[in-house]
Write a protein of this length. Sequence first.
Length: 117
Amino acid sequence: MEKCIFCMVARGEMSAKMVFENEHVVAFDDIAPQAPVHTLVIPRTHYASMSDSVPVDVLSAVFAAVPEVAAIKGVSDSGYRVIVNNGVDANQTVGHLHVHILGGREMSHGMVNFEGK
């Protein structure tokens, strides 16, 4: 996708604080971090979400990068949270499959705040 922000990062057309990359994925720090460590892992190939018929090898490459990124970011031993927001109701804000790695502090119990819903 020519105008996809994450595709532009993967192609090197938009700057990002790169953490890890290989032929299948790139990982970079989130520009609006929700924790001291907040890094995104994306496939180099554009898939809008997990619902976009993503091949198993692409999913495997994305998730295989997670522990490597966690080690680079120094949260392997203390722990980290891995989140995939998939679609509008999950508040996926960029239409390119991505995995959030959050760490660097103790996370609150539970996954989300449903704001009374």
